[in-house]
Design a protein around this ligand. Structure first.
Ligand SMILES: [Zn+2]
Ligand SMILES: [Zn+2]
Length: 241
């Protein structure tokens, strides 16, 4: 009788999802433990409805959007890009944690449900440039988008919005150079007339990536573009608060 097959040591563990909270390392079944989910569920910050920037005053929108509104009609953020949640963005961007990204997409979808209801939209990720996609092996924004689409029951597509060239990563550049870096970087395949698009990304800082991606989608026939980001970088003065 042949000996029973045994998995090599460590293989089973590698096949099973990580069962520790990604923030506090407590054993748990979900990517975040119950305590961390409670602690970070309630982002009640007032945000600019156009760009999701946290508003420190009673203003209805931020100064930038009041002066020159972006190409997208609205933006929603799950939370600010600040400790300790910034670690989640690092884990999905550089740690290859696709399970975490999809699960966080579900949380982002719940935040979208709290905003005034809109008709279903086509959920699209901000794409990576081809070379970066090959290096990283996956696009964290696509995993987030899949989580959003699954939670809301909306359609999604990973290949309608394309990044044309291998520009420098936005996160490696000072704010002043980011706009020039992404200008003309996006191109979208033709969309059916009347298509509403929800563009999903992990982090929004200057907003220039979302702006140029939205312009490409509008050129391709989108009726309107909304944006959903996991984390929104606060304005510098707010970051100190
Ligand atoms: Zn935890
Ligand atoms: Zn704004």
């Amino acid at each position: 009788m042949p000996a029973p097959l045994r998995a090599p040591p460590g293989l089973l563990r590698a096949l099973l999802p990580d069962t520790r909270c990604r923030l506090c390392a407590m054993p748990c079944r979900a990517p975040l433990c119950g305590a961390c989910q409670c602690a970070y569920r309630g982002d009640t910050a007032r945000r600019c409805p156009r760009c999701a920037l946290r508003l420190p005053t009673r203003a209805e929108r931020c100064g930038a959007c009041a002066g020159r509104p972006p190409a997208f009609v609205a933006a929603v953020a799950w939370a600010d890009y600040a400790a300790p949640l910034d670690r989640l963005a690092c884990q999905i961007k550089f740690g290859g944690d696709a399970l975490l990204a999809r699960w966080l997409g579900g949380l982002l979808a719940q935040r979208l449900r709290q905003t005034p209801p809109g008709a279903a939209a086509l959920v699209l990720p901000v794409p990576l440039a081809p070379r970066r996609l090959r290096q990283r092996g996956y696009n964290q924004a696509w995993e987030l988008a899949r989580g959003v689409a699954r939670e809301l029951g909306w359609p999604s597509a990973g290949d309608l919005l394309l990044r044309r060239r291998d520009a420098a990563p936005q996160s490696s550049l000072p704010l002043a150079r980011r706009t020039a870096n992404v200008r003309a970087a996006f191109e979208a395949r033709p969309l059916a007339p009347g298509t509403r698009v929800l563009l999903v990304d992990d982090v929004m800082t200057s907003g220039s990536t979302a702006e140029h991606a939205a312009r490409a989608l509008l050129r391709a026939g989108a009726a309107e573009v909304g944006v959903a980001v996991l984390l929104r970088t606060p304005a510098p003065a707010q970051a100190l608060a």
